[in-house]
Ligand binder design. Structure first.
Ligand code: GDP
Ligand code: IMO
Ligand code: MG
Length: 431
């Protein structure tokens, strides 16, 4: 298989990390194509839980090469911490198997300060960003004033470029936001030290991917965030700043479309969202609380990156059909089916109305999405604990019917369902 794209079909946190880990066992290369350390991908291996923010999930398989693509924004201090943390836990982080594009963009402490200052200025209209500096770093990229990862190989140019960057950003922070300036010398010192650590990981990853694909190697493209957080196709402005959809896998890695033969959308069996913005099927009642959990279980709905409680609601097939169209999904993975055990009835939104009229096309305006009325259908739930089920035949009939309904409403076959965070808690579904 040449390139297989894994993409979030909702608002992020669908379980992409564990799904990428599942498919990584058959991949030669795992490549992240978008976002930065706003992502938090949880992978359980045996009794160990890994929360990956920048490094692709394939790192947990010894034989895999792991690529961070040009579509990413990378905070060098966070990447050093993540690599050191993996090293301490016995994961092989040799630069031979961990490759960072020279064309990715850097996140600095000034981007983080600007992220916080811009959110404060937005007041009640805030996006609820992860405050990791994502938006300001992508802003600089688009404005052609960004700092690229490749600079880290050239200390004689890196330090002056950083000084110029901090001076410019400090003027913005002080004049536009009345915010504290960044300590320039100290910030340069730590970034230059991080650059020294990271330089051996830098590579022309687009070339390496091309050579690998031509040699018949298989590449798993690991998405971050989700379709509804995509800068173009998400519900703007309540989005992140990267191309989180399948098209982003091509531009974010520098590979041509002819290599891609599978595009797997990952969806939870229900819906969650962190941060602000419209959410048609959100449940503000005890059913939403039940989906969220109390925080007692590691999989309860509290953010991997920020710890914020996630907003929860029913599955939204209108969103899934939109994700299927925008990404060209070939199949769906349904995660966290176990969380629905114990509901008498489960609902799925199948249509939106707006001012009483059915909407034919997924709305482009956040304001419209905020005002739609979801029309839901109801299905009987199941009471059994399904966390130890490993075959479709052993799932309660109501759970099998629910999976069939998801395929039916989304128009995309379901290839895998998961019933717990561990590798073995996965149920392959033959079509
Ligand atoms: P990602 O950002 O898409 O990789 O998803 P996150 O890791 O942020 O959030 C998914 C959470 O659900 C993590 O805590 C996972 O360990 C957990 N998880 C994934 N699949 C399942 C599942 O099938 N059942 C349960 N109970 N937890 C799961
Ligand atoms: P993974 O890869 C869920 C959300 C933030 C906020 C918006 C913009 O783990 O699925 P940003 O910091 O990117 O400028 O924030 O996007 N967001 C995510 N939500 N999962 C993520 O990543 C997210 N990355 C960003 O909560 O609403
Ligand atoms: Mg996450």
């Amino acid at each position: 298989m040449p390139a297989h794209v894994i993409v979030g079909a909702q608002w992020g946190d669908e379980g992409k990390g564990r799904v990428a880990d599942w498919f990584a066992k058959d991949a030669d290369i795992v490549a992240r194509y978008a976002g930065g350390d706003n992502a938090g991908h949880t992978v359980r291996v045996g009794n160990d839980t890994f929360k990956l923010h920048l490094v692709p999930s394939g790192v947990l398989y010894g034989s895999t090469i792991n690529i961070m693509g040009n579509g990413m924004v990378v905070n060098p201090l966070k990447l050093v911490d993540e690599l050191r943390g993996l090293d301490e836990r016995g994961i092989d982080i040799d630069p031979v198997r961990i490759r960072l594009s020279r064309r990715a963009h850097l996140i600095t402490p000034a981007h983080i300060a600007l992220d916080g200052a811009r959110e404060a200025q937005r007041g009640s209209g805030k996006i609820g960003t992860t405050k990791r500096g994502i938006g300001p770093a992508y802003t600089d990229k688009a404005a052609r004033s960004g700092l690229r990862t490749g600079l880290m190989e050239h200390p004689e140019r890196f330090a002056p470029a950083l000084r110029e960057h901090f001076n410019r950003k400090n003027r913005q922070l002080e004049a536009l936001y009345n915010a504290e300036p960044i300590a320039v010398d100290q910030s340069i010192d730590v970034l230059v030290e991080a650059a020294d650590y990271l330089a051996p990981f830098l590579a022309d990853v687009d070339f390496e991917l091309y050579e690998a694909l031509r040699a018949g190697k298989s590449v798993l493209c690991e998405g971050a965030q989700g379709t509804l957080l995509d800068i173009d196709h998400g519900n703007y402005p309540y989005v992140t700043s990267s191309s989180a959809t399948a098209g982003g896998a091509l531009t974010g890695l520098g590979i041509g479309p002819q290599w891609v033969d599978r595009i797997t959308g990952v969806t939870k069996a229900y819906t969650t969202r962190v941060g602000a913005g419209p959410f048609p099927t959100e449940l503000d009642d005890e059913r939403g609380d039940r989906l969220r959990g109390t925080g007692a279980n590691p999989w309860d709905e509290y953010g991997t990156t920020t710890g914020r409680p996630r907003r929860c609601g029913w599955l939204d097939a209108v969103v899934l059909r939109y994700a299927a169209r925008i990404n060209g999904l070939t199949d769906l993975v349904v995660t966290k089916l176990d969380i629905l055990s114990g509901f008498d009835e489960i609902e799925i939104a199948d249509e939106y109305t707006h001012h009483g009229e059915p909407l034919a096309v997924f709305p482009s305006e956040a304001d419209t999405l905020d005002r739609v009325e979801p029309i839901t259908l109801s299905m009987p739930g199941w009471q059994e604990d399904i966390m130890s089920v490993t075959t479709l035949a052993d799932l309660p009939q109501a759970a099998r019917d629910y999976i069939d309904k998801i395929a039916d409403l989304s128009g995309v076959p379901v290839s895998l369902a998961t019933v717990g965070p561990a590798r073995h808690q996965s149920i392959p579904i033959a079509d």
